[in-house]
Design a protein around this ligand. Structure first.
Ligand code: E4P
Length: 217
């Protein structure tokens, strides 16, 4: 399973990239707003920090406008992935970009039928939003399972990018279901390593080692 980080905070990205655990980055207009920086500048910096796909989202609502914006964004770096909304116009733009060999991430997916359409439009990634479905009392993980089955039924190459992840259990459950990628907020990603028994065990080992008076180097 690939790990993307869902942020436009370059300090967080730098820190996570240094762990070697990061396979890509996703951003959206809200995350760009939160960064307080010009979009193209921040996306260019992220593309230098990470080798994998960096999703940059268009904001036009018609296919023609989306494709114009995509051209600007693609020029930033080779690892740009164009993020498009799950609308008919977004799917139209997706097909054009897919035919040109441009990576695409179709976002704001809330149903299996939407995911089926994105795969037919040649999307590189489909982003089903788990947390936002949970927020309205719909089981977000069920959507991941449905898409997995549909894509496997037909051998679609579109990768399932589980998005709107809120908890460590979301990550584990997505991995069990077989999502290809999870895009995770920085704090949740860093939290995956934590276990109280690891901390307790390490503390005991350190104490016992100190009592030996030895050193390894
Ligand atoms: C994914 O690409 C989105 O940017 C993100 O996962 C949305 O998450 P949210 O529902 O926590 O805003």
């Amino acid at each position: 399973m690939k790990f993307f980080v869902d942020t436009a905070d370059t300090n967080e990205i730098k820190e996570l990239a240094a762990t070697g655990l990061l396979d890509g980055v996703t951003t959206n207009p809200s995350l760009i707003m939160k960064s307080g920086r010009p979009m193209k500048e921040v996306i260019a910096e992220i593309c230098e920090l990470v080798d994998g796909p960096v999703s940059a989202e268009v904001v036009a609502t018609d296919a023609e406008g989306m494709l114009k914006e995509a051209e600007e964004l693609i020029a930033i770096a080779d690892n740009i992935c164009i993020k498009l909304p799950l609308t008919l116009e977004g799917l139209k733009a997706c097909r054009v970009l897919a035919n040109k060999g441009v990576q695409t991430n179709v976002t704001l997916c809330f149903s299996a039928n939407q995911a089926l359409l994105a795969a037919k439009a040649g999307a590189t990634f489909i982003s089903p939003f788990i947390g936002r479905l949970d927020d309205i009392n719909v089981e977000g993980l069920d959507l991941i399972a449905e898409i997995r089955q549909i894509y496997d039924n037909y051998g679609f190459g579109t990768e399932i990018l589980a998005a709107s992840i809120r908890t460590a259990n979301h990550v584990k459950d997505c991995a069990l279901i077989g999502a290809d990628v999870a895009t995770i907020p920085p704090a949740t990603l860093k939290g995956l390593v934590k276990h109280p028994l690891t901390d307790k065990g390490l503390e005991a080992f350190m104490k016992d080692w100190a009592a030996t008076g030895q050193s390894i180097v």
